[in-house]
Design a protein around this ligand. Sequence first.
Ligand code: SF4
Ligand code: SF4
Length: 388
Amino acid sequence: MDYYCSTKFTDLMISVQSRLLYNCCKAYPERLNVDWLEKNPGRLFHTDTMLEDRGLMLQNKSCVSCHHGCYKHEEQGVVSPRQQMANNQIKRSNDSITDPNAPLKDLTISLTTDCNMACVYCSPEWSTTWQREVDKDGPYVMEGHQIKNNNWNKLWRNLKQKSRGADTKFFKLILNEIKLAKELEIITLIGGEPLLNNQIEELLETAKGKRIKIVTGLGVNRQRLAKLLEKTKGLPILWKVSGESTGDFFEFIRYGLDWDDFKKKIEMINNANHDLEFQVTMSNLSAFDFHNFYKTFGDFPMNVLAVSGMPYLSPHVLDKDSKDRCFETLDKMGGKPKAIAKWLQAESSDIDRRNLGTYLKQLKYRRTVDLGIFPKSFLNWSGAERPN
Ligand code: SF4
Ligand code: SF4
């Protein structure tokens, strides 16, 4: 295997709330020592762990963080994030970078996990709505995989937004790191739902002069969105809006948001003359309706990534009948859908099939959702319709 990946030398993601640094967003994180950063300004992208990992890559050796993000998937014959680079934003350079101290180019910041939605492929790690659901009904339990709250999630929710992330010493240090990172080109804000955060304006102010991307599920009311669009008029902002299906499928997958409301918000962003593209997270559940999403929004750019971290939602985990039908629909559309159709072709494992069924059953029990939108063959095959 070729262990080298240029993204390791350009990209960093920070979770302000948990003090975690991900180099890159798909890699296993390390927890930052805030006191160390205070004594070493400008070294956010050059911690000892990052320098060591890049050193290993340059010797064509594996490192733990990228084993988690990519190598282990490739060892299992499953498409890894870096292999999907052709249609997403990760790849920044065709050239090999050989300096472990290379400057940061692309910074992604998650301020908090506050989010009004509970998308099926997300988790309490990223959304407070997910955290509340798991608090109320207990963890989702599958074979070898649980969706549960950790103590940090609970503690976090009990703190007020102001004392949680954006007003902490760490947030101030990050603003300073942004000012010091002269070669930083792109800053991406993610959540939770970044539009819910009251400090987003301070961050946008500090980021002036850089290319700014806001990754959002649009889980905010239209008044709040309109206010932010007004404040950011003329700024070089790219809105990266998450979505992959329409109508009932949209409302099942992006739980907490109404499809018609979503379309109106897209219109608002478009009318404000900001750049807009879609962030598509392909799963087996979106395979049934992605063609309609593509017909609705195919004129906009789309970055497509397969679900990660929940193997039972991988695009290929489908019964034969559904797989054949989805493949045929996507394949004949050509372009991006045709490329995605290939992801459906891998063989599903038995454990992924069983876990899918268990997961769908638990979703049905906890949420006001209707599994009837999916074909019978899919529900029978996964066991979602069988009693326990
Ligand atoms: S996790 Fe994957 S994409 Fe990210 S730096 Fe490592 S090898 Fe590259
Ligand atoms: S909008 Fe984003 S953070 Fe919120 S639940 Fe969906 S994927 Fe997770």
